[in-house]
Design a binder for this molecule. Structure first.
Ligand code: IPM
Ligand code: MG
Length: 373
């Protein structure tokens, strides 16, 4: 007997709609194969929401998100706002407000590497071997949400970084619990030699660490962590950090996976959780069918796991690994021999439906491949 799940879909801006469409196609294939039903309700957020309603996060979107089992989100941002530093309304405010409204305080960003992509990486193969880490990024506090000021003459600005102990405790417990099920190592990344908030993080995490004696706890300054992530990433298991450090370090860590387009994420809180690729809206690629859908497809897998559909999630991961191993990758991974966004989605679905062999032997798949000579 299958299950029915209600999923809010926020396509967002730039490449958001095209990558999310592939993730939905994969979800539909999973539904077909395992006899489940996924019912989608679409909601607006970001630049497209500003264009239609004047608000990057209309109330209707919040209501839809709250009344569904989970949320799948694409990407946010539009260059027309990036070029205007005085813009009062910005697409990103939609996502930040949604995270806050839904209490999505823990952002989980797993980083995996694929042996078959090592030769395409700017990093050396031995650095990439055996990397398996997960970043726990605090998502509703810190400098992102502190008071912001700009004086009247427009030449002095400030962003306050503020944390309360309970905001640190709740994500620390989640990160420790995950570490217990993994390789039992947790690294807190902070800047406690300079920042008061970091000293609070260090104190609270040290206190909590005694409740998880089997987990080894390490502390690392963020500047050092930035070096270690690309020179010796296999030392890490669970990385725990505050909002902005987590944003930057997870983007950096995506280099390990081959591209920013590869990484999924889950934002967990008190209500329904939200799943999104960690990449942005990549406006230059929008509408060209060249963006990498893997981050979005793997986000859908994380969503299924959260909804209790573990074997289905595993199947998606297996299918994605198969496409990558077989050489079906997008332009960000291989700028010479690449396949289109929609082709990757199709391949993942073919694998799920046990049609992978036909796919590989189908001659016309070559037509879907672009070769720059
Ligand atoms: C991310 C993004 C967002 C963030 C932006 C789009 C607001 O970079 O999810 O990593 O900074 O959190
Ligand atoms: Mg980011």
């Amino acid at each position: 007997m299958g299950v029915k799940k209600n999923i809010a879909i926020i396509l967002g801006d730039g490449v958001g709609p095209e990558v999310t469409s592939q993730a939905m196609r994969v979800l539909d294939t999973i539904a077909q194969y395992y006899h489940h039903e996924f019912a989608y309700t679409f909601a607006l957020m970001g630049a497209c929401a500003i264009d239609k309603t004047g608000d990057p996060l209309p109330q209707e979107t919040i209501d839809i998100c709250k009344s569904n089992d989970a949320i799948l989100f694409g990407a946010i941002g539009d260059p027309k706002y990036d070029m205007d530093p005085l813009a009062k309304i910005r697409p990103e405010q939609g996502l930040l407000r949604l995270r806050k409204e839904l209490g999505l305080y823990a952002n989980i960003r797993p980083v995996m590497t694929y042996p078959s992509l090592q030769h395409l990486s700017t990093l050396k193969g031995d650095v990439l071997e055996g990397v398996d880490l997960v970043i726990y990024r605090e998502l509703t506090g810190g400098i992102y949400f502190g008071k912001k000021t700009l004086n009247e003459t427009g030449n002095i600005a400030s962003d306050e970084c503020i944390y309360e102990s309970n905001e640190i405790e709740r994500i620390a417990h989640l990160a420790y619990k995950h570490a217990q099920q993994r390789r039992k190592k947790l690294t807190l990344v902070d800047k406690s030699n300079v920042l008061e908030t970091s000293r609070l993080w260090r104190k609270i995490v040290s206190d909590i660490s005694t409740q998880y004696p089997e987990v080894e706890t390490d502390f690392l300054y963020v500047d050092n962590a930035a070096i270690q992530i690309i020179t010796n990433p296999k030392q890490f298991d669970v990385l725990l950090t505050e909002n902005m450090f987590g944003d930057i370090l997870s983007a950096e860590a995506s280099v390990l996976a081959g591209s920013l387009g590869m990484l999924p994420s889950a934002a967990i809180g008190t209500g329904p959780a939200l799943f999104e690729p960690i990449h942005g809206s990549y406006p230059k690629a929008a509408g060209k069918d060249i963006a990498n859908p893997v981050g979005s497809i793997l986000s859908a897998a994380m969503m299924l796991e959260y909804l209790g559909l573990e074997k289905e999630a595993k199947k998606i991961r297996e299918a994605v690994s198969w496409t990558i191993q077989t050489g079906f990758v997008t332009k960000d991974i291989d700028p010479i021999n690449f396949y289109f966004t929609s082709t990757i989605g199709e391949m993942v679905c073919d694998y799920i439906l046990n049609r992978a062999n036909e796919t590989v032997h189908t001659e016309n798949i070559q037509i879907r491949k672009s070769t720059i000579i």
